[in-house]
Design a protein around this ligand. Structure first.
Ligand SMILES: C[S@@+](CC[C@H](N)C(=O)[O-])C[C@H]1O[C@@H](n2cnc3c(N)ncnc32)[C@H](O)[C@@H]1O
Length: 352
């Protein structure tokens, strides 16, 4: 935002935020009702009445949504009332990342975000009650309604999937034999490791319900001879991590915890590490991004942690994580900002 913004412009920006949630729902409707898709399919433009008759909707219904679309700069209307998509409309209609973010916000975050004030007051993810009575989303992940679960996993996987190819090359440079994946979830990284290196063994550590899902996936992929499992609550200081790992891998995991919890987890990782163990932390740090859209989205994701996930974690800055890692008795031997279509940074750490 320019510091030279006028009072009129500032007031307009304030109204955009005031009406933001309704505009957001209008955008969801424009996508779900295929209005944007219909406009995109007509490169030379299409009239409101034609959109309504093509989609079997009322002129009123399409009209109010298009008024919103015009104000949000999604469409252009020429002097003959022909409607085309703008660049923003193009991204809202057909960009994969935008689709994943819209579905995540709508299905997972929208309803629960009404409770953000209570979350801050009570230090709890009060928004999670719209789905069930759990302390954190991770306990209820496998029981979420199908659509919510689908949007949650697509959001999680979309970002980590893009980071994996380059991360695999870095991690396997010194051919680890036994890799522990803490917060291994459905086993996507374990599967990628087994495909990348024919000798590596992987142990997935996670909460019981995720271990069940991971086991099924590994069985379906014929990997039960390469992957083993360890049910654990990483927040229980009495539940230790087994010894024996060449690599301890944590991807999009530490952002699920508060700073104090990260220190506890890293102290357990420290205890389970030998001098040779390499500890990798893969995260999307909001202060280490190339594009402002990424920093903006990551800060929005922090509010999901506040309202839905656990009420005490967030997307961290690289600076904050470096401090926590050092405080826990590790040195960071390498910091790799991942290349390709990735927003991640990989920290390679070793026990001091
Ligand atoms: C955001 S997901 C990350 C999944 C995967 N590593 C990736 O990169 O896509 C976080 C994972 O941490 C697990 N997790 C959360 N709290 C945990 C806890 N207290 N103990 C063990 N695992 C936990 C969740 O079940 C989930 O599988």
């Amino acid at each position: 935002m320019q510091p030279s913004i006028s009072a009129i412009e500032a007031k307009f920006e304030a109204q955009k935020l005031a009406f933001g949630p309704i505009y957001f729902q209008a955008i969801v409707a424009l996508r779900e009702l295929k209005i944007l898709e219909t406009i995109a399919a007509n490169r030379k433009g299409i009239k409101l009445e034609t959109i309504a008759s093509t989609l079997n909707l009322t002129v009123y219904g399409v009209g109010v949504l298009l008024d919103a679309a015009k104000n949000a700069d999604l469409i252009h209307i020429d002097e003959n009332d022909c409607i085309t998509l703008t660049k923003i409309g193009f991204f809202i209609n057909s960009d994969k990342m935008t689709e994943i973010n819209i579905n995540f916000v709508n299905d997972v975050c929208y309803e629960g975000s009404k409770y953000i004030t209570d979350c801050i007051k009570n230090n709890k993810p009060e928004g999670l009650k719209v789905f069930g009575e759990w302390d954190t989303v991770y306990e209820g992940l496998s029981q979420l309604p199908e659509k919510v679960k689908d949007s949650w996993f697509k959001f999680d996987h979309y970002y980590s999937d893009d980071a994996f190819p380059y991360a695999l090359e870095l991690v396997f440079q010194d051919a680890p034999k036994y890799l522990f994946d803490i917060g291994g979830n459905t086993g996507k990284w374990a599967k990628a490791c087994c495909a990348f290196n024919k000798d590596v063994q992987v142990k997935i550590l996670d909460l019981p319900s995720q271990i069940e899902m991971a086991k099924k996936n590994m069985e379906a992929n014929g990997l039960l001879n390469r992957v083993d499992f360890h049910q654990t609550d990483m927040l229980d200081k009495f539940q230790k991590i087994p010894m024996g790992a060449d690599v301890i891998w944590m991807s999009q995991f530490l952002d699920c915890f508060s700073a104090a919890e990260i220190e506890l987890i890293l102290s357990k990782v420290h205890e389970a590490s030998s001098d040779a163990t390499k500890v990798y932390i893969l995260e999307t740090f909001h202060d280490n991004q190339k594009f402002p859209a990424a920093a903006y989205s990551l800060t929005g994701t922090s509010l999901y942690f506040t309202a839905i996930a656990n009420g005490n974690s967030k997307m961290y800055s690289l600076k904050e994580m470096e401090l926590l890692v050092k405080k826990s008795g590790f040195k960071i031997v390498k910091t790799d900002a991942l290349i390709g279509n990735s927003y991640h940074t990989l920290l390679t750490c070793k026990k001091i």
